[in-house]
Design a protein around this ligand. Structure first.
Ligand code: SAM
Length: 176
C-alpha cells in the first residue's frame, strides 16, 4: 500500500515475486499452524455480520493455513479459499476433509495478481485478512479489488484487513 509516497510504484521483477511465493511456501512448511488454530479476531467479527447480511458463500483470498476458512465453514458458510502457497491450500483441503467439511470448504492455489478463477457474481462475500498489504503494487491491488467486485453479487460484502500506520512494521519494506 502507498503511504505518504506519491511516486509511481517501482517495478516488481519476476524473481522478487518468485521469492515471495517461496518465502510463504517455506514459512508454512517450517511452521504448521504458524498463526495458531483459532480463528482471527476479524473472522470472529465478520461471521455475525455475514450472517446478518444473509451471506451463504464466501471467497477467501490469501487464506494461509486456513484457520479462518475452517472457522467460517464450521459456522455454516460455504467457503472457497485461495492462496498462492500450494502446500498451504493442500493443507487446508486436508483439514477440511478431516473435519468432514470438504463440501463446505474448498481450497485452491491461486496468485491474486491473476484474474480470479471464479464466475461473476458467484459469492455473497469476500474476506481477505492481511492479504492486501502483501507484495502487491497499487495497480495490482486496484485490479484485484475490481476482480473482487466482479466475483461478488450486487450488494455483496468485502471484509479485509491490512497494516496501518499504527502497526509496529509501518515504514518497513518498500512503500507502495
Ligand atoms: C500474512 S499471511 C495471512 C494468512 C491468513 N489470511 C491468516 O490470517 O492466517 C498472507 C497470506 O497471503 C498469501 N499471499 C501473499 N501474496 C499472495 C498472492 N499474490 N496471491 C495469493 N496469495 C498471496 C501468503 O501466501 C499468505 O498465506
Amino acid at each position: 500500500m502507498r503511504h505518504g509516497n506519491t511516486s509511481p510504484d517501482p517495478p516488481v521483477d519476476a524473481a522478487s515475486l518468485r521469492r515471495q511465493r517461496d518465502h510463504w511456501d517455506q514459512t508454512f512448511a517450517a511452521h504448521p499452524d504458524m498463526y495458531g488454530t483459532e480463528p482471527s479476531a476479524p473472522a470472529r467479527a465478520a461471521a455475525p455480520l455475514f450472517r446478518a447480511e444473509g451471506v451463504a458463500t464466501i471467497l477467501e483470498l490469501g487464506a494461509g493455513q486456513g484457520c479462518d476458512a475452517l472457522f467460517f465453514a464450521r459456522q455454516g458458510f460455504r467457503v472457497q479459499a485461495l492462496d498462492f502457497a500450494a502446500d498451504a491450500t493442500a493443507a487446508i483441503a486436508a483439514k477440511a476433509a478431516a473435519a468432514r467439511l470438504a463440501t463446505a470448504l474448498t481450497a485452491l492455489p491461486h496468485d491474486v495478481r491473476e484474474l480470479l478463477p471464479v464466475d461473476a457474481g458467484a459469492f455473497d462475500a469476500c474476506y481477505a485478512h492481511m492479504l492486501l498489504c502483501m507484495a502487491l503494487t497499487t495497480a495490482e491491488i486496484e485490479r484485484l479489488v475490481g476482480e473482487v467486485r466482479r466475483a461478488l453479487r450486487p450488494g455483496g460484502l468485502f471484509v479485509y484487513t491490512a497494516r496501518t500506520t499504527d502497526d509496529a512494521h509501518y515504514g518497513a519494506g518498500i512503500a507502495r
